[in-house]
Every structure is written in structure tokens, then in C-alpha cells.
Design a protein around this ligand. Sequence first.
Ligand code: FES
Ligand code: FES
Length: 400
Amino acid sequence: MIEMRVNHQLYQIEGDGKLLPFLRDVCKCKSVKDGCSEGACGACHVLVDGKAVKACIPTLSDMDGRHILTVEGFSQEEKELYAYAFAHAGAVQCGFCIPGMVICAKGLLDENENPTRKEIAYALRNNICRCTGYKKILDAVELAAKLKREGNGIPREESGWKLGERAHRIDAREKTLGYGEYVDDMEIEGMIYASAIRAKYPRAKVLSIDGTKAEALPGVVGVYTAADIPGDVKVGHLVQDWDTMIPAGECTRYLGDAVALVAAETPEILEKAKKLVKVSYEEMPFVSSPYESMKEDAPKLHPGGNLLAHKHVSRGNAEKAIANAKYVCTEKFHTPYTEHAFLELECAIAMPYEDGVLIYSTDREPTRPSTNAPKCWGFPMKRCGWSTSWWAADLAAKRT
Ligand code: FES
Ligand code: FES
């Protein structure tokens, strides 16, 4: 029996498991965000006996006898402090990383009430912000430290802003305190769960997909393949060359390709069912970099070859400028990679809506199918996006 306290409440737990799903699903502490599930982003930070820890790493048995604090367990005064400081500094953009930042800030300020900027940055070194708002986040922690030290209470948030004045974002408070809902935080009664089976090899011919054992498992709603999708539906933001699912007989192009979709009544049944789906492959040579893909003998990933796009950018009269230049040099220039730091699980929730499907998705824009759009396309959708997810919705809606 594991015993631990979460926000001062005692929990006695039989069995084991990861701390993060326990906090989110059992304790309903949705401020603890699941940004990557693998210790890379810091969105899931909690305080364990006062020290900042990423909740996606330890197991429940590691937490035996410990006290875990999430933003939900802060005193009202602390909530007001951080909500004000983060809103006032303009530190909250999408807000996904903010509760994790707040946890690390509290861990620091509880030990050091007057940290330097460098010490604040060090305390937040394991927290990624995909909106790249680090400067303002550091400003927010500095402001929180100052208000805490001075002990004169939290300034009242002004209402009736005038043009030119600094206004707090209207959703800054809910995002700082972690009760603002992202798709993964939403729970809908009677919801079923779906997840894709991804390609086992970066390039392989899918010989067969057998979902019969999985479908026989109680609680499984269905196993779906490309054959269940009417028409040839390809998606993609720049070029629509991405199969929603790879059909038997076709080739995968990378490890992320979906080959089947499983839907079940609970996440636990879903995980078991996914393991029962048998996919057989014939491995094929693959390319692992753009340079490899440019070689003449490189395997062709698409019928039209491997070149995605060739853009020529020119501004002004380049020929004349070169002809008149004192010196001319020819070089190859590369722009640096800008990794925007991926956070938040790719997920979507779909439900029957009037005569179509309503979708909540973490994506930004609709991914339009190229041809033979299925019937659900064009019906009311909210922040619709990732293709396999809306197929899941369509299929599940038909079943229910
Ligand atoms: S570090 Fe835990 S969810 Fe990313
Ligand atoms: S505000 Fe940090 S991830 Fe968006």
C-alpha cells in the first residue's frame, strides 16, 4: 500500500503506476499539464516535499510517504500572487507551460525570497515555453518575488482600461492557475478513446492488418483501417501527400504514419487492444535525411520523387546589383533551424453534433482532405484539425 499526500489530502493506493496520470485523472489536478510524457518539457512540474519534480517521470511507489503540491493546493494568497504577477508581466501567451513555471518559481521563492535574475533562470532551466516568452516569465517571477518580499498585498487588478495602458490578458488567471481547459483536460461523459497504431518501420510495405483479436476484446469499439475511409483521402498543410492511414499493400514513409486506428471504452482497454492488432510488414530501404533523399539512387518516397518544393526568392534587380558590385563572392548560406519546442499532446475530442461531428482539437487549422471528402467534412467543427482524430470521430459517431 502506497501512502502519499496530494495538496494535503491523504491517498492510499494499491498497485503502482506513473505519478502524472494519477494526479490528472484521479486527483483531477489539471494544472499538471502533460506536455510530452517523457521528461523533456517541464509542463508537469509539481513540488515534492518542496522540491520541483517532473511528474511524468516518477512512479507512485517513488512517492510513498511524500507530500505533493500542485497549483491547486496553493494558499489563496499564493494563487493571487502568481496570477497577478504573471498577468501583469504579460508572461502568459498560450499558457500551457505556465503552471509548471509557477511551480518552479514557488519552489525557488520559498527558499530564496530575493533571487537574482540568473537564479530565477536557473530555477526554470527545465521548463520549455513553446511561445518563447522567457523574458516576460522571468519578469513575472521577479515581480512575484518583489511583491512577496514587500508583503503589502497584491495590487488590485484595475478595471476600465484606457487606451495605452497595460491590460491583463483576460485568460491569464485561469492559465496561470491551471484551470483553463486544453483539449487533453476535457472530460465528457460516456467518451470513448481512440489511438492510432503507428508504422513500425520508416519505410515498409504493409502486407496485412489483422484486428480480429483486438475486436474480440470486451470494451473495444472497433479497429479501423484505410479501407474504412471512403475515397482516397490525403491530407497535408503544404502539400496534400499524406495518407490518413497507410492501406495494406502500400508503403509507409516514416515512423509516424498511422496504419490502423483502435477505439475502446477506456484508455486501459485501448492500450491492451493496440497490442493485439497484428500488422505484417516487408521492410524496405529508407532515407533518413534530406541529403540522402537527393541522391540519384535514393528510394523514391512519393510517385513524383523526393523533392517537396523548390523556391527561388529574388528581390530587386540582382543581376544589375552583381554587375555593379566591387566584389562578388559565391557561397552557400544556410539559415539556422528554429525548433519551436513542441508541447501538448496531439489530441482531439469529437462528438455527434446536429447532423455532423463537432471536434475540439489541439491543432490550429483544418487539414483539408484533397479528394472525395468524407461526409463529415463541412459540418460544424470547432478548431478542427488532425486528420486521424476526425476520422476517429466520424467512425465512432457512426457506431454509437
Ligand atoms: S516533462 Fe513531464 S510532461 Fe513534459
Ligand atoms: S506561454 Fe509558454 S507555452 Fe505558451
